[in-house]
Design a protein around this ligand. Sequence first.
Ligand SMILES: [Zn+2]
Ligand SMILES: [Zn+2]
Length: 244
Amino acid sequence: MQITVLGAGDAFSSGGRRQSGYLVETEGTGFLLDCGSMTLQALKALGISAQRIDFVAISHLHGDHFAGLPFLFLEYVYEQPRTRPLLIVGPPGTEERVWMLYRAMYRELAARPLCFPLQFHELNPGQSATLCGVELFPFRVPHQEKDISFGYLTKANGKAVLYSGDCGWNEDLIRYSANTDLFICECCYFHRQTAFHLSYPQIAAQRARMGCKRLLLSHLGREVLERMPEVTIECAADGLVVEV
Ligand SMILES: [Zn+2]
Ligand SMILES: [Zn+2]
């Protein structure tokens, strides 16, 4: 399994980092974990064809995690014509929100049929799905009050990757990190403590309980970047490629 960090930044693009997006590639399958507004820019900067994407798994419907989808659609309409289906997986409400966004951004284009089938698969927490040989297990994490936010445990080719999405501290991060090869964990804050995002001291205090082989902090906020000399856990960077 190869994971390319397309965006290691938070919603504010702190430190100039791009918003969330990860390309996960296994034998014969490529998919995105989140598609922030700069995901297409990231693919082009890294020389990666958007045709390598078989499906997109969205953690939650915040702009820094899904606002890049309309640009991806445009790419498939005009620049790299796509005919095979594009599947978008996400929490309840994903289909409606993605279409709302696409219509708001490109009203006339969105009124015409796409040249490729756009399919949606909305999952409920705990409802796993197997797509193109990849097992996706979504679990609800504390981040939004009403809308559902997911973390994902993904497995393929005997490897397991945990992705926190955006979330406050929850014991599922311990439970699902067990025996994983990689845990991509959000790290927004350093001194601020909230129930909806993680801070570096919280993660560092729990590191010994996590069963992941490799822990990678991402979705890095300003506070974390300002105190980088104190950070001893590996941090993601735009363009970082991780092999597991
Ligand atoms: Zn976010
Ligand atoms: Zn969020």
